[in-house]
Structure formats: structure tokens, C-alpha cells
Design a protein around this ligand. Structure first.
Ligand code: SAH
Ligand code: SF4
Ligand code: F3S
Length: 485
């Protein structure tokens, strides 16, 4: 259920006879009260609940945004549906690679058919993909059954858009080029009762030459430490034991605040919250992961023994063209320092293969880093050309066949090191947070170790949300079977 008493109070105090206020979040509270009135009327008339479905693509940021969307929908009186056949269906999209775009258009096409059989159904598209004009044009032209399109910068106005969409026919389209502010206190529904993400920064200033994120998420904006800490405290008092601090580059947290605060300082404060058992963060950029942050992680047992440190490439030539601001040897030295100072830490990474101009010698360098660092896991992506980014204009784009061949080389190296890293933990007893019933066998519970690896243990749903002591009996590549001790 959505939590935010501050906002709920505003909704209850709203006077729908006066015009919507201009200030936020009071304005959204006014629209939410109105949306509630509309849904209640429809629920009564139709004698059944009104349902919603949120389909999320992309990263943790989008997952968190979807929780905000669900927060509003639940507060407005909608009930979550099991499938996309719902009264309000919304796609929260990602555009980081071309296949992400394609998947959304495929799903959207099918949603159009559902709508034909469900009078009054509303279909919305939001998120990173629609920050690109060409995608909005495509929706306007070829997906005319869509009712609402809004972007990443104006998500806080969702209650307002929901209202216009429920009250009118025709497509509502609202995309902003930049964010005007951070609006706090809106309701958020959590996917898991016991763990949550928390935004610390929005946007990105790094402009890696292949990446669309800075264009669709805008410039970096930090939330104040007071807002972040009070959100974390609220989450903990609501039963959350694990929090993930989210930002495209968490290391640059706080530089834009009136009273600057470093990421290391913020982490230290979050660690002090009583009842919070585990803290994660995503993503630190290797170019500025400070010694202070490494020290804070080392000295605070609450912080997960896991650093996701995107490498992207091991070739100096490619790294320079990617605008990453570090060299192969600097990256290896940093990874080594992390391993030396934080015992048992796992280091995972992201790698892009087939960047313009990349050849087998560059891939040799990437594989060399994979072997020397010994990643615990890695997400390997085939380079996808994103219109508007500098890399898209580079003349030496790599043919698909070459990309695929080089990708297979990197993947093989990654799998070899990752298996070896997991294997060495067999027999150890470690803390694991029970997260869900195993999808394949319901007599098992899936739990997550501090180092982010999964372990399946015999158990029952009453264990979910609890921190367990688990012996890792058997390694199966990237995960374990274990027993609670
Ligand atoms: N801010 C994070 C990651 C954001 S995107 C960071 O800097 O690490 C997540 C991952 O998608 C990136 O790490 C990168 O490996 C991959 N990615 C981004 N743009 C891409 C592109 N054009 N083609 C293929 N992979 C891409
Ligand atoms: Fe994209 Fe680079 Fe920013 Fe990550 S740091 S979001 S890869 S521009
Ligand atoms: Fe995708 Fe947007 Fe995240 S493009 S990776 S959902 S910031």
C-alpha cells in the first residue's frame, strides 16, 4: 500500500470546489482527490473494482518510478490486475538500447487489441523512450489508441494527467525538456514490503559517448540529505530492512546542493538508522569512487559487500572514445584496492561490446581486465547505436556479425571467472535476506547474500523479509543451494 501520511493529509484537506492550487505537492493532492471521486463513481456504476497494470522496462530508476506510479494509482482507488488486460495499463519504458524500444512497441501493439474488448480502457506510455521526439511521433501516428504519454521530468504530475485522461477522450501528451524541480512527499507503493530503493540523485552529467541517459533523464540533481534520511527512516518504520540508494553516478551525490554533502557522508548517516539492516548503492562510476567511500563500506557491516563498477571496455583507446575518464590500469588498480580493503566483496560490472572502431585487440584488453579483476558477475551488452549521442555519428560502426563474434568471446571469459568466484564460497555460512518463494519449487525460498548472490534454501513463505544464517552447501555456477543454520 502507498505510504505517505503527509500527502494523504493534503488529499483529505483538499477542497474540490476551489480551483487546483499552483503549489506542489498540494496541486497533485487536489488532482488525486478528484481522481478518487471519478474512480469511486465508476466502481459504483459498474459494480466491480477498477484495475491497473504497470509494465516496467529498464533500470532500478524506472523500477522506483513505477512504484511512484503505483502509489498514485492505488491512492486513486485502482486495484492491481494480474495481466495487461486492465482498466488502466501503463508502460514505463527504457530506451538505453534499441531492443528495449522494440519490445515496448511490440507490447503496445498487443495492448491495442485488448482495448477493443474492454470499453473505457486507458493505455499510457511514460519513461525514457518518450523523451525522444521520434518515438512520440511514432505513437501519435501508428498507435493512436494510446490515451496518455508523459516523460521522466514531469512524473510528479501523474495524478494530474491521470485525471485528464479519465475525464477526456483523445491522446494527452505532456513531455518536458528538463526537470523544473524535485517534488517530495508523493505516495509510493513498494513491490517488496521488506526492501526498497531510494533515489539520491536524478539525471546524469557524464555524457558517456554511447549513452542516451543524460538526454532522457536530464542534468544531475541531488535530493537533500534531510529528505533522503527521513524517507529511509519512514521506510524502516514501515518494515523495510534493506535499502538501495539509487543514482546514475552515486559518487557525484551532493555536489549541486546549497550545502554540499559527499556520498561518503550520506552513506555514513544512512548507516546510523536503527533497524536498517542492509544498505546497497547503484551505480558508482569508476572515475570518482573515492577512498572515503571505500572506507565507509569497509567499516560499516550494514553496507552490502558488493560493488557494481561498470567497466564498459578494457581498451584505453575505446575508453577514451567512450568518454569514460579512466584507463585500463586505473580501473584494475581501483578494483584491486577495493578487494584489498573490503574482504569478501564481490565486484560486478557492465561491458559494452562492438563500440565504433572496436576490434579484436580491444576485446583482448577487455578480456584481460575480466581475468585480472575476476568479476563475480558481469552484464555484457552489444553496443546499440542511439540517435543523438556522439558515438552514433562515429564513422567506424562495427558490423553486426563482428559484434556478435566479439560478444561471444567476452561472454565466455566472464562466465569462466564468475564460476570460479562463486565456487570458493561453498561451505561458508553467511547472512542472507529471504526475498521470495522459489519460482521453480515452492518448497524453497530464494535469499540474497550481502554480496548479491542468490541462495535457495528449503523453507516457507513466513521466512520472507527475514535475515537468515545460511550455509552454502552447493554452488551451481552463479547461485547456491543452502540450508538455514
Ligand atoms: N549509470 C550507469 C548505467 C546506466 S545504463 C553507469 O554509468 O554505469 C546501464 C548500462 O547499459 C551501462 O552500464 C552500459 O553498459 C549499458 N549501455 C548504455 N548505453 C548503451 C548502448 N548504447 N549500447 C549498449 N549498452 C549500453
Ligand atoms: Fe550513461 Fe555514463 Fe551517465 Fe552511466 S554515467 S548513465 S553510462 S552517461
Ligand atoms: Fe533505461 Fe532510462 Fe534506466 S533509458 S536504463 S530506464 S534511466
Amino acid at each position: 500500500m502507498a505510504i505517505n501520511e503527509r500527502f494523504e493529509q493534503l488529499v483529505l484537506e483538499t477542497d474540490l470546489n476551489s480551483p487546483a492550487p499552483e503549489n506542489e505537492p498540494a496541486r497533485q493532492a487536489w488532482f488525486l482527490a478528484r481522481a478518487r471521486m471519478i474512480t469511486q463513481k465508476r466502481i459504483k456504476e459498474e459494480g466491480r473494482p477498477l484495475t491497473f497494470r504497470v509494465e516496467t522496462f529498464g533500470c532500478q530508476m524506472n523500477a522506483r518510478d513505477s512504484e511512484k506510479i503505483i502509489g498514485i494509482l492505488e491512492s486513486a482507488g485502482f486495484t492491481e490486475a494480474e495481466s495487461e488486460d486492465a482498466d488502466f495499463l501503463i508502460y514505463n519504458t527504457c530506451t538505453v538500447r534499441d531492443n528495449a524500444d522494440q519490445r515496448v512497441f511490440g507490447r503496445l501493439g498487443r495492448a491495442g487489441h485488448l482495448k477493443k474488448n474492454r470499453p473505457g480502457m486507458k493505455i499510457a506510455v511514460c519513461g525514457c523512450m518518450v523523451q525522444e521526439k521520434s518515438n512520440v511521433e511514432k505513437i501519435r501516428k501508428s498507435y493512436r489508441f494510446v490515451d496518455l504519454v508523459f516523460g521522466t521530468h514531469n512524473l510528479y504530475r501523474f495524478a494530474e494527467y491521470l485525471c485528464s485522461c479519465l475525464e477526456s477522450d483523445g491522446m494527452v501528451v505532456e513531455i518536458w525538456d528538463r526537470a523544473d524541480r524535485i517534488v517530495e512527499a508523493l505516495p509510493v507503493a513498494r513491490k517488496y514490503p521488506f526492501k526498497s530503493g531510494t533515489n539520491i540523485t536524478f539525471g546524469c552529467n557524464n555524457f558517456c559517448s554511447y549513452c542516451i541517459v543524460p538526454y532522457v533523464r536530464g542534468r544531475e540533481r541531488s535530493r537533500t540529505p534531510v529528505e533522503i534520511l527521513s524517507e529511509c527512516e519512514r521506510l524502516v518504520s514501515d518494515g523495510v530492512v534493506e535499502i538501495m540508494l539509487l543514482g546514475q553516478n552515486v559518487n557525484s551525490y551532493g555536489k549541486d546542493l546549497d550545502t554540499p554533502c559527499t556520498f561518503a557522508e550520506l552513506l555514513t548517516e544512512v548507516c546510523k538508522i536503527e533497524g536498517l539492516q542492509r544498505i546497497r548503492f547503484m551505480t558508482p562510476h569508476p572515475k570518482d569512487l573515492s577512498d572515503e567511500v571505500i572506507e565507509v563500506v569497509r567499516s560499516n557491516e550494514k553496507i552490502a559487500r558488493h560493488i557494481h563498477l561498470p567497466l564498459q571496455s578494457g581498451s584505453d583507446r575505446i575508453l577514451a572514445r567512450m568518454n569514460r575518464h579512466y584507463s585500463k590500469e586505473q580501473y584494475i588498480a581501483l578494483a584491486q584496492k577495493i578487494r584489498d580493503r573490503i574482504p569478501d566483496v564481490s565486484i560486478t560490472t557492465d561491458i559494452i561490446v562492438g563500440f565504433p572502431g572496436e576490434n579484436d585487440r580491444d576485446i583482448d584488453d577487455t578480456i584481460d581486465v575480466v581475468r585480472r579483476v575476476g568479476f563475480d558477475n558481469a552484464f555484457t551488452f552489444i553496443y546499440s547505436k542511439r540517435a543523438g549521442t556522439p558515438a552514433a555519428k562515429m564513422p567506424d560502426q562495427v558490423p553486426d556479425e563482428e559484434k556478435n563474434r566479439m560478444f561471444d568471446r567476452v561472454l565466455k571469459a566472464v562466465q569462466e571467472t564468475a564460476h570460479g568466484r562463486a565456487e570458493r564460497l561453498t561451505g561458508r555460512t553467511m547472512e542472507a535476506l529471504a526475498e521470495e518463494v522459489n519460482v521453480k519449487d515452492s518448497s524453497y525460498i530464494t535469499a540474497r547474500l550481502s554480496n548479491n548472490m542468490l541462495v535457495h534454501v528449503p523453507g516457507d513463505p513466513s521466512m520472507i523479509g527475514k535475515m537468515l544464517q545460511v550455509r552454502l552447501d552447493e554452488c551451481r555456477g552463479f547461485y547456491f543451494f543452502g540450508t538455514v543454520v
